[in-house]
Design a protein around this ligand. Sequence first.
Ligand code: FE
Ligand code: FE
Ligand code: ZN
Length: 302
Amino acid sequence: MLIIGSHVSFGNNQLLGSVEEAISYGANALMFYTGAPSNTLRKPILPEYLSAAQKLMQEQQIDLANVICHAPYIINLANRSDDEKWQFSINFLQQELTRCEELGVQTIVLHPGSAVGITKEEGLQNIAAALQIILAKPRNVTIALETMAGKGSECGTSISEIAYLLNSVPDNTHLGVCLDTCHLNDAGYDMADFDIYLDDFAQQIPLSKIKCIHINDSKNPLGSHKDRHANIGFGTIGFANLIKIIYHEKLKDVPKILETPYIGQTDEDKERLYPPYKYEIAMIKQKEFNPHIMEDIRSFYK
Ligand code: FE
Ligand code: FE
Ligand code: ZN
């Protein structure tokens, strides 16, 4: 069965709200940040919402394995120019892992980090050192390193960089990978030749390490290093190539998560934005591009 969902919010009702939102999109998977990705303010996990969320997931047959957390992007394990800041990133990621354990979430997606003012090699070494510290504590949560577009000085843009990180810890049982189709395109991997990419990947990393796939089209051409997501079928990757990835036999058990942009009532409307996921998920299930999807979304939320 296709495992598909989207980014959802983790609001006042916490996981319960996230699960309800996912169900409203026809999803059986979901991904959320446990708070604003840009700050450290976090509310404690409330047991009443958690048990209601668990009950709802059971009723709707949403497997906890397909509930993904995304680590906040203020965490930068590559930056060790200031040891205090590096420790802050490590500590905050550890707190997020504890929150995942409280929620029963088994996978957290992490941007490996950006090598600000240092070489990429130094950045990768700093990330590896941080992962060694973090993974020394046994937990039931897997950190899935996201493949990055190469915007600025991002680390983790090539298969070999991800492989280096996976091999840099004594035991990588709880270290995996999150592919992002927009990031792969922008990093220079042609999604029209996804099988070539997957073969290259498998030469260096077992495919079983792929824990999540972010399904996004891209606003920019191959190798542009930009990282701007487009709606499914409206970018340079295109609907047919994304469908092939989503339904790839070798990745059928991996949750697919949409992180495509919200839509305004007009192309210029940046004020009231609506999630495209209900319609994008329906279109993916149909395996047929819906040329009227923007109008459908606008009239549904009007
Ligand atoms: Fe991400
Ligand atoms: Fe992503
Ligand atoms: Zn992105």
